[in-house]
Design a protein around this ligand. Structure first.
Ligand code: ADP
Ligand code: MG
Length: 325
């Protein structure tokens, strides 16, 4: 677990981060959300000591990171940024392999690990390992950045607006892919974002910041349904519930029924998209399929009931286990 204890960063006489105390739970994605300039990047960079705090502490599994050598600390922390800074003269494989832990391995072992990582992020190794960064699309380059950050298998991943520069379709794909990877690897992830949709969709937890301070920490459900202040409510907006549905697969709302005459939607479709597909088809219900298997149907009224009851959405594991804080 990453713990921030009264963390502060002051520049001249203004605070970039002020009296910030926060736990980032293990094996979960916490979205560090907030408007531009509220201190997200500064907070993230104090965790891996690219920025030294003015006061307060960062604890990693109870250990004060100020006592660790920055190089040692960073070995256990993957870091992904928007302009991922791939080396243009190196191949994709060489870019992924430029991690201290990999440099010490033999050639064959490194090549094997690089191929594993490329497969993990959805890039066919045979096609991509020899390409140069300039031959990649933005989404592909971002995947290489994620592969590189995961190369040394660090328990912690810090991501600063990693998908911010991508067009909406590429962003959607990379987010989806990253969620799949995370379900497998269960890293402790801090994901900086100013994008509410991204935070509600990707975050098991959301830490919303306001002017260097914490406005609210909780599950997406907590923030949407139980905003701690007017700032939280206004920041999330009137359509927060709808945004939240983007983080839940439509399979969660399925009930028994027959598919006849209904539009077909795949079970892993996010619920907001499913709703849009139903609206487009002019149908109040849809048949939900898991490949060739019919799971049942979902209708507008199922979603409305779930919404009203506050049931739901989200990764059920997270909901059942409650939230750390
Ligand atoms: P965010 O990532 O949320 O957009 P930052 O953490 O980058 O915000 O910045 C928080 C605040 O601190 C901003 O007002 C920014 O202008 C200020 N700031 C950041 N870095 C510096 C710096 N090196 N010197 C002075 N002010 C800074
Ligand atoms: Mg920033």
């Amino acid at each position: 677990m990453i713990t921030l204890n009264r963390l502060e960063k002051k520049y001249a006489d203004t605070y970039a981060v002020r009296d910030l105390s926060l736990n980032f739970p293990d094996a979960a994605i916490t979205a560090l959300l907030g408007p531009s300039g509220c201190g997200k990047t500064t907070t993230l960079r104090m965790i891996n000591r690219l920025i030294e705090p003015t006061s307060g502490q960062v604890l990693l599994d109870g250990q004060d990171t100020a006592r660790l050598k920055p190089e040692v600390l960073r070995r256990g922390i993957g870091y992904v940024i928007q302009q991922i800074g791939l080396f243009p003269h190196l191949s994709v494989a060489q870019n992924v392999a430029t991690v201290p832990d990999l440099l010490g391995r033999g050639k064959a072992q490194t090549a094997k690990r690089v191929d594993e990582l490329l497969s993990l992020v959805g890039l066919e190794p045979a096609v991509y390992r020899g390409k140069r960064p300039l031959e990649l699309s933005g989404g592909q380059a971002q995947r290489v950045g994620v592969a590189r950050a995961l190369a040394a298998d660090p328990p912690v991943l810090l991501m600063d607006e990693p998908f911010g520069a991508l067009d909406p379709i590429a962003r959607d794909e990379v987010q989806e892919r990253f969620l799949k990877i995370q379900r497998e690897l269960k890293k402790t992830v801090v994901l900086v974002s100013h994008d509410i949709d991204e935070a509600l969709r990707m975050g098991d937890y959301v830490a919303l910041m306001q002017a260097g301070q914490l406005a609210q920490f909780g599950t997406p459900d907590d923030l949407v349904r139980r905003p701690a202040s007017d700032f939280v409510r206004q920041f999330l907006g009137d359509d927060a519930n709808l945004r939240q549905l983007a983080g839940v697969e439509v399979r969660h709302f399925v009930r028994a029924g027959t598919a006849e005459g209904l539009p077909r939607i795949e079970a892993d479709t996010n619920t907001r998209t499913a709703l849009a597909l139903m609206l487009r088809a002019g149908s109040e219900q849809a048949a939900i399929w898991d490949g060739e298997r019919l799971l049942g149907v979902v209708g507008f009224s199922d979603l409305a009931r779930a919404e009203a009851a506050g049931v739901a959405p989200g990764d059920s594991d997270v909901l059942l286990s409650g939230h750390a804080g």
